[in-house]
Design a protein around this ligand. Structure first.
Ligand code: PGA
Length: 252
């Protein structure tokens, strides 16, 4: 059985003043039950101070992307080791916004996930179809191909997380039906279980895309959904903590 993970993704939001949200979340998750992991993936500029605030609490801090190389001439990039050194425990790779804005491929996501694992971070590997792909009946094919290409072999032995985020649901207020989510998560689970017979069933599968307090309980109850990757609703402590509470309730 996979553990449950509630992860916030602040994207390109957050100034020093917003560390009060990190503090409020850290305070709010003090009673986190076993089997629930809760984290905020902050912009790189806030990782050090966020990790200091979260230190000694149940809240963990993640980055949002890392370069696949360990170091070198890559102006503006950040390595997995730098994130780990700054206090991060997780990093998102292959987010659809990275794929769209920076042309990142499945192979790059896999290489970044490998770099993350080598640095001791848990990669959160994102996949998801566009609206055109869903409308033309290709959602399952697209997503399983992304999983095959973006999850590295090292996923067999080390903790990795996979997030299904339909591109058309991100930041739009639209969400797939529970049946649509169940169908995709079952396909991802089957692909991972086949590829990694010993560990595939333990890889947390998160849903992401317009998850909010009002729909979290319903989405988290869907089969093979082991948590959420939350963008907009993670910017407000009250909303993020309400989603966290929905996950904690389902575990108790
Ligand atoms: P959203 O973003 O919750 O704002 O839709 C989710 C994500 O992109 O991780």
């Amino acid at each position: 059985m996979a553990r449950t993970v509630i992860a916030g993704n602040w994207k390109m939001h957050g100034l020093k003043a917003d560390l009060e949200v990190v503090q409020a979340v850290a305070d709010g998750v003090a009673g986190t039950p076993d089997g629930l992991e809760v984290l905020l993936c902050l912009p790189a500029t806030l990782v050090v101070s966020g990790a200091e605030l979260a230190s000694g609490t149940k809240l963990e801090i993640g980055g949002q992307s890392c370069h696949q190389a360990g170091r070198g001439p890559h102006t503006g990039d950040i390595s997995a080791e730098m994130l780990a050194d700054a206090g991060a425990s997780h990093v998102i790779v292959g987010h659809s916004e990275r794929r769209a804005d920076h042309g990142e491929s499945d192979a790059q996501a896999a290489a970044q996930a490998e770099a993350a694992i080598a640095a001791g971070l848990i990669p959160i590997i994102c996949v998801g179809e566009t609206l055109a792909e869903r409308d033309s009946g290709q959602a399952l094919e697209v997503v399983t191909k992304q999983v095959a290409g973006s999850v590295p072999e090292a996923g067999a032995e080390t903790p990795v997380i996979v997030a299904y985020e339909p591109v058309w649901a991100i930041g739009t207020g639209r969400t797939p039906t529970p049946e649509q989510i169940a169908e995709v998560h079952a396909a991802i689970r089957a692909a991972l279980a086949e590829r990694f017979p010993a560990t595939g069933s333990q890889i947390p599968l998160l849903y992401g895309g317009s998850m909010k307090p009002g729909n979290a309980a319903e989405i988290l109850a869907v089969g093979d959904v082991n948590g959420g990757l939350i963008g907009g609703a993670s910017l407000k402590a009250e909303d993020f903590l309400a989603i966290y509470a929905a996950a904690a309730n389902q575990l108790s």
